[in-house]
Design a protein around this ligand. Structure first.
Ligand code: KIV
Ligand code: ZN
Length: 546
């Protein structure tokens, strides 16, 4: 049997595989904010990025390693293809963390070997072993993944895994890269590895999976029953295509059904010891932060974190819940931190009360950011009598959402619209040189007019592919959160903003998306799984641009 850490380790890859979702790219501040929140959530390992991809990605992993990788904090991990340049960059990037890991991978399925790597099985076996040994010469904690394990010949995979462990891998990850496996098959795959890899007792078995058939979470739970002790997942299940296995669903399944899973970990069914170290009360906040910063909305009926996950609409259900919650509820909303939305501040609250509440909520803003956020809070407090924690979170997530060096900032928005009027927007932007640019446009409605005026000013071709508004809290004076997604050259860029005036929120969200678009067009990071680097000599690949 594989090495057993005595509980299920949660490996969060929101900042790596999650960030590979179309339009989800994050700037440095956003990545740091998410990493800090993941640490509060209590994940065991944070996969912070793919350092070889670009200097920006390298820098982000290094900053996260320094800021979040404390001795008591999570392990900070970076991804590296099985190539020396990738592995060296990764080791440098994670170096500031007290607990650091290199995660290196190579595909093992024949379809990947033939068409992507153009390598024989013998070559892949040799590369895996050499590159794990190289990674192990740089750090003590090395994870090795057999990419496309779900479609690999198990007999060949057993050989690669055995060689990787012999070369020093401490975790062996089994990814269902294309989301093809079914739960029984995936469980049997893990069982087969346990039974056929002679040195498997020296490594932890991990699983990673995509949700193309909606089976990722079910597959992982079968894997746990068969000895997997690390789950690679993302907040809100974001990730390539249909996404990755969702962290909140896995953690809550293991929490709510603890007595069912306990025996698979050698515990008595009634054992109250948690199966993971995740602080479930932080789940809702983490989900909102990731959704706000990536611009990827959570579907209302999403398990655990969807807006309707704890809502009881039908009269029969409401009646039952009022008599006894257990009639229709298997999770108390407070367990995932949902009911905790205190009215915390108001018009008369000062800067120190504002800062103290933000700190209680887990946000430590730098001085300038704090000044800006406080100014926004004061503006909001003039319009809204009571400011709740959700309002504060909306203000802060907008604060960190600004692009690293935003090309434009929004100075003024003015719209006129109504019956018998042509909706018209006049917008003033300030560019990086401090110059003010003003233009006006007519649209089909006020938001359309705002978007037209902004496009006239920025002159960056794009197509608006998503516009969504939702209210942060209840009440007529609630803030509206707007998410905008723009497409340019086939790439998606998102922007998010909140304001009590949704036209202003829309303008700000559009500017945020435009700034990302401009920044994104100046950098094209490598994709770890899709770039052609594998075609040449993988082991010799050199880092190009650091
Ligand atoms: O899906 C996958 O196979 C991956 C690997 C790099 C682990 O993301
Ligand atoms: Zn993946």
């Amino acid at each position: 049997m594989a090495r057993d850490p005595g509980r299920v380790l949660i490996f969060d890859t929101t900042l790596r595989d999650g960030e590979q979702s179309p339009g989800a790219s994050l700037n440095l501040e956003e990545k740091l904010a998410i990493a800090q929140q993941l640490s509060r959530l209590g994940v065991d390992i944070i996969e912070a990025g793919f350092p070889f991809a670009s200097p920006g990605d390298f820098n982000a992993v290094q900053r996260i390693a320094a800021a979040v990788g404390t001795p008591e904090g999570p392990v900070i991990c970076g991804l590296a293809r099985a190539a020396q340049g990738d592995i060296r960059a990764c080791a440098e990037a994670v170096a500031p963390a007290a607990n650091r890991r290199i995660h290196t991978f190579i595909a093992t399925s024949d379809i990947h070997l033939e068409h992507k790597l153009r390598k024989s099985r013998a070559e892949v076996l040799q590369i895996a072993s050499e590159m794990v040994a190289y990674a192990r010469s740089l750090v003590d904690d090395v994870e090795f993944s057999c990419e496309d394990a779900g479609r690999s010949d198990p007999e060949f995979m057993y050989q690669v895994i055995e060689a990787a462990i012999a070369a020093g891998a401490t975790t062996i990850n089994i990814p269902d890269t294309v989301g093809y496996a079914t739960p029984a098959e995936f469980g049997a795959l893990i069982d087969g590895i346990n039974r056929h890899v002679p040195n498997i007792d020296q490594a932890v078995i991990s699983v990673h999976g995509h949700n193309d058939l909606g089976l990722a979470v079910a597959n992982f739970l079968e894997a746990v029953k068969n000895g997997a002790r690390q789950l690679e997942c993302t907040i809100n299940g974001i990730g390539e295509r249909a996404g990755n296995a969702s962290l909140e669903e896995l953690v809550m399944a293991l929490h709510v059904r603890r007595s069912y899973f306990n025996p698979f970990l050698g515990r008595p069914p009634e054992s109250a010891e948690p199966l993971t170290r995740v602080r479930t009360e932080e789940i809702t906040k983490t989900s909102r932060l990731v959704s706000n910063l990536t611009g990827m909305a959570v579907q209302p009926n999403k398990a655990i974190v969807g807006a309707n996950a704890f809502a009881h609409e039908s009269g029969i259900h409401q009646d039952g819940v009022l008599k006894n919650r257990l009639t229709y509820e298997i999770i108390d909303a407070r367990t995932v931190g949902l009911a905790d939305n205190r009215i915390s501040l108001g018009k008369l609250s000062g800067r120190s009360a504002f800062r103290a509440r933000l700190e209680e909520l887990g946000y430590n803003l730098e001085r300038d950011d704090l000044d800006d956020a406080f100014a926004r809070f004061k503006e909001l407090a003039d319009r809204k009598r009571e400011i709740s924690d959700r309002d504060l979170e909306a203000i802060v997530s907008e604060q960190v959402q600004q692009a690293d060096e935003p090309r434009y900032s929004l100075k003024r928005v003015q719209v006129s619209c109504g019956t018998g009027l042509q909706p018209t927007a006049t917008i003033t932007l300030v560019n990086t040189d401090g110059a003010e640019l003003t233009d006006a446009a007519i649209g089909t409605g006020p938001v359309d007019a705002v978007c037209q005026a902004l496009n006239q000013l920025a002159r960056v071709p794009n197509e608006l592919v998503e516009f969504s508004v939702k209210s942060v809290t209840e009440g007529i004076d609630a803030m509206g959160e707007v998410t905008i997604r723009l497409r340019a050259d086939g790439v998606l860029y998102s922007g998010h903003a909140a304001d009590t005036d949704i036209v202003v929120a829309a303008a700000q969200a559009f500017v945020n998306a435009l700034n990302r678009l401009v920044a994104g067009q100046q950098r094209t990071p490598l994709h770890p799984q899709k770039t052609g680097l594998h075609v040449g000599d993988l082991a010799a690949a050199e880092r190009p641009r650091l």
